[in-house]
Write a new protein. Structure first.
Lengths: 270, 284
């Protein structure tokens, strides 16, 4: 059923990682991504790999599940590696007609591949261990300081949570509209690609109309329930840091320091 | 609780340049006096202005003419809006388009959160409200997995958590199946009796009206009939003139009486009909 789809790819479990404050996980993901660009030697990859593997093991998310996230970028990964292998100049290792493979090409390709792989695994680890609701409230509280520079943080997170609520409803509605039109002879499955795209236009028109009507009604219902922005608003489940969150921040700091320091040392040795 | 005198509202249709194209007088000089703890139903066919009355009471619309006081607050004054909306909560027709959060308890908490209620108190209110509508078991479910009647009960709980004095329901059962309809009507009757909450039920299902304290019939933006359900349905011709149906039992008694059977006026339920019929014709 369409209404059973879940956004993101949350993997329910009771691990420490799951129970961490979403703000910690957001910061950690961000810093992990940044850290990918902080080192230049293979030692960095080893350290990052070990840390990532440890977190995955603690999170109890099966590795098979993690690989699902890679499916979509498989092509990008191959593509990047391919160009790096063949188009980097340097000392040649292999030559056949106009194709040259260089030593530098191979190493950059391996490093680029690994980097992308880590990036994807690292960020999907966050979405796997955090529900979309937690993520939104984490963003709202964690980015509150941005209100000072006039970023409507509360409004953005409210929009995100409403979108989360309405995406399944609109999916179901699309399904219903398509069926209603199929019942009257519309054909969505045959014909050329362009024809099929054109056949979808009559689906989207009523869908948009109904989405706007829903938005209108929802806005009225929200106002009737005294919604007036985040001014003076409280929360049923306010985010509070626990001790494990402090420890997580410390470990994160340690990770960054170690990765930068070892990189400097190794670079010096080379 | 709710007091209106000579209340009127006009929808102004404008063309693209903003010139007035036409004025529709949705409600036209109505007087209302709803007391605390009353269960009042407003009846009327489509376009009779009954939904506009609901929006007026919730201060979503401002009166064009006349005055409307809700819980002692004047709805035309901007500074009263939040007080009015807190004391007169509103439940809408479409159950999907009024739930905000994707978890039941978070949706119920939405109202109190907006009011700035402290966290501990919100948790208590949510538990109380969900218990009152009998949805405690679904606390952590997603509204998408609930039936229409259940969603509508969640919407009622969301209002209840704001501790209102009055709940206005604008055709809450129009999109529900018969079971969901029963659930919702039973819930609001219980809230009225046990919590003493004033209920204003806007509907066009006659069978929901039978158990109310008072019925108001609207047509063309005016109040055309008012009284107890028995008083209203004792005048079947007048009800029909305003393009409304009669409850099934009333209709049957009315048709039979027209054919010369000796049945009393104002029969409201199947049981009453059976009693009246048996006492008149049972022995023969």
């Amino acid at each position: 059923m369409l209404r059973d789809i879940t956004l993101g790819q949350y993997y329910p479990s009771q691990s420490v990682i799951h129970r961490l404050d979403p703000r910690v996980k957001l910061t950690a993901t961000l810093l992990f991504i940044v850290s990918m660009f902080l080192f230049h030697t293979f030692v960095g990859y080893i350290i990052a790999g070990i840390c990532l593997a440890t977190v995955i093991i603690i999170s109890k998310v099966p590795f098979k599940f993690m690989m699902k996230g890679l499916k979509t970028i498989w092509f990008l990964l191959i593509f990047t590696m391919f160009f790096n292998i063949f188009l980097t100049s340097g000392t040649p290792v292999f030559q056949w007609r106009f194709i040259t493979v260089t030593k530098e090409g191979l190493t950059t390709a391996a490093f680029m591949g690994l980097r992308l792989f880590f990036l994807i695994i690292g960020s999907s680890l966050m979405t796997l261990t955090t529900t979309p609701n937690q993520l939104t409230s984490g963003m709202e509280t964690g980015l509150r300081w941005m209100k000072k520079i006039h970023v409507p943080v509360h409004e953005i997170s409210m929009m995100m949570s409403i979108a989360l609520r309405f995406i399944p409803i609109l999916m179901e509605e699309t399904d219903r509209i398509m069926k209603a039109q199929q019942a009257r002879g519309a054909d969505f499955e045959e014909g050329k690609f362009m024809d099929r795209i054109k056949a979808l236009v009559p689906v989207f028109v009523p869908l948009f109309v109904s989405a706007f009507r829903r938005a209108n009604e929802l806005a009225m219902a929200m106002e009737a329930r005294c919604y007036h922005g985040d001014e003076g608003r409280t929360s049923m489940k306010p985010l509070r840091y626990a001790r494990r969150d402090g420890i997580a921040y410390l470990l994160l700091l340690l990770y960054i320091v170690v990765i930068v320091a070892t990189d400097r040392v190794v670079l010096g040795l080379l | 609780m709710i007091k209106a005198s000579k209340l009127a509202y006009e929808y102004i249709r404008r063309d693209e340049e903003g010139n007035v194209e036409g004025i529709v007088r949705a409600i036209d000089g109505i007087d209302l006096d709803i007391k605390k703890g009353d269960f009042v139903a407003i009846l009327g066919h489509n376009g009779s202005g009954k939904s506009t009355v609901a929006k007026e009471i919730n201060a979503i619309l401002e009166p064009t003419e006349g005055v409307l006081f809700v819980n002692g607050f004047d709805t035309s004054k901007e500074e009263n809006i939040w007080n009015i909306r807190q004391s007169a909560g509103m439940v809408f027709q479409n159950p999907d388009n009024q739930l905000v959060a994707s978890v039941v308890e978070e949706d119920v908490a939405f109202g109190p959160e907006n009011l700035g209620v402290p966290t501990d108190d919100i948790i208590k209110r949510v538990a109380f409200a969900l218990e009152k509508v009998g949805m405690t078991a679904y606390r952590t479910s997603s509204p998408n997995h609930l039936s229409g009647g259940q969603k509508q009960r969640i919407a009622i709980a969301g209002i209840l958590a704001m501790k209102p004095k009055c709940i206005v329901l604008d055709e809450p059962t129009a999109m529900l199946d018969p079971n969901g309809r029963k659930e919702v009507i039973a819930t609001i009757h219980e809230l009225n009796k046990k919590e003493g909450i004033t209920i204003l039920l806007i509907t066009h299902y006659m069978d929901e009206v039978v158990d109310c304290d008072k019925v108001i019939v609207m047509d063309n933006g005016k109040i055309v009939m008012h009284g107890t359900p028995r008083e209203i349905f004792s005048r079947p011709e007048e009800v029909k003139k305003h393009k409304l149906d009669l409850p099934q039992a009333t209709e049957l008694a009315y048709e039979l009486r027209k054919d010369g059977l000796d049945l009393p006026e104002g029969v409201l339920s199947v049981n009453e009909f059976v009693d009246a019929f048996v006492s008149e014709y049972g022995k023969k």
